[in-house]
Design a protein around this ligand. Structure first.
Ligand SMILES: [Zn+2]
Length: 323
């Protein structure tokens, strides 16, 4: 299937906007890309294919069987809230579910693992493929995947579950259990140390966060993530001038980093410099229109948002629904 290399035509049918989303990374949801589900329907009235539904998740799978079960389950559960956009057909329960694609980012391979689920004559069929960051698709047989189990990793599964618990559900104790297991399975796992540092901050323990951050730096971690966390720790410790200084360094090197503006804004805010803080929050939102923490901070300052619609943008992975 690989012959033809990069010019190999893609057999999976995809929405072109999806590719740019994936290639640009998923800044909305932090540094770790999430799973995405795309479901296609056909209208029973006009027989046209309808606009697909999207949903995002952060899941971890330790085996191909788990992954397949989850993909089939998501396909079965998926539904649309609105009727057909072509003919106005309202009978949502009669919409024919055609197929779904479930994309799971294989962290260690830096590729998306894709499962296509279809129902034909009442039976479920699955196909598998890999997609790299250029959008090049390589189809795999079930046997080929089974022989490459590095795509499914128990330590990575624990990590993603811990990340989701901390980031999307604020279930801090569950997050700690998963992240600790991830580190047990992969003792050199700087990302897990960084998440433990974020967890410690969420628990109001900046000293503990500092220890995890140092551990992550010893293992070798991203310069940007590590500096952003350092700034957050300074803020939690009340060292606002140090936080501002580290944010200035971040913004010299990464001038489009919304979190850098947000954190500097928080440091200003804590010193009572509301105007400077508001300017930084607005800057963060201009770089990332869904920057939830900046939107919240501006709102609390009683300042009009640059754009009303940002409040309605999604800030979390959402349940299966229309795009
Ligand atoms: Zn229709």
């Amino acid at each position: 299937m690989e012959e033809g290399g990069k010019t190999q035509p893609m057999l999976f049918e995809r929405d072109s906007s999806y590719v740019s989303y994936r290639a640009a990374g998923n800044q909305r949801f932090g540094p770790y890309q999430l799973d995405e589900l795309i479901v296609y329907y056909r209208c029973p009235g006009c027989k046209k294919e309808m606009r697909p539904s999207f949903a995002r998740f952060c899941m971890g799978f330790a085996s191909l069987d788990e992954f397949r079960r989850a993909a089939v389950n998501l396909f079965e559960r998926a539904s649309r809230r609105s009727g057909c956009e072509h003919c106005g057909q309202e009978a949502k329960e009669q919409l024919l579910k055609r197929r779904s694609y479930f994309f799971h980012f294989s962290y260690f391979k830096k590729k998306d693992f894709i499962i296509e689920v279809r129902r034909t004559s009442g039976r479920i069929f699955c196909r598998y493929a890999l997609m790299d960051d250029q959008g090049v698709i390589e189809h795999l047989t079930r046997e080929q995947i089974a022989g490459a189990d590095v795509y499914f990793d128990p330590g990575m599964a624990e990590f993603r579950q811990g990340y989701a618990e901390l980031t999307f559900h604020s279930r801090l104790e569950d997050a700690r259990v998963h992240l600790s297991r991830a580190l047990y399975l992969h003792p050199v796992f700087p990302e897990a140390e960084l998440e433990l540092a974020r967890l410690s901050l969420a628990c109001g323990k900046p000293g503990e966060a500092d220890e995890h951050l140092e551990q992550a730096e010893r293992m070798g971690t991203s310069d940007l993530l590590s500096r952003l966390l350092r700034a957050e720790i300074f803020i939690a410790e009340g060292a606002f001038v140090k936080a501002q200084s580290i944010c200035r360094d971040i913004l010299i090197k990464y001038p489009e980093e919304a979190d850098g503006f947000y954190l500097r804004g928080m440091a200003y805010l804590n010193e009572g410099k509301k105007n400077l803080a508001a300017r930084d929050f607005k800057q963060a939102i201009s770089l990332d229109s869904a920057h939830a923490r900046s939107i919240k901070a501006l709102h609390e300052l009683g300042i009009e948002l640059p754009e009303e619609s940002v409040l309605h943008r999604l800030k979390k992975p959402h349940p299966i629904d229309d795009a």
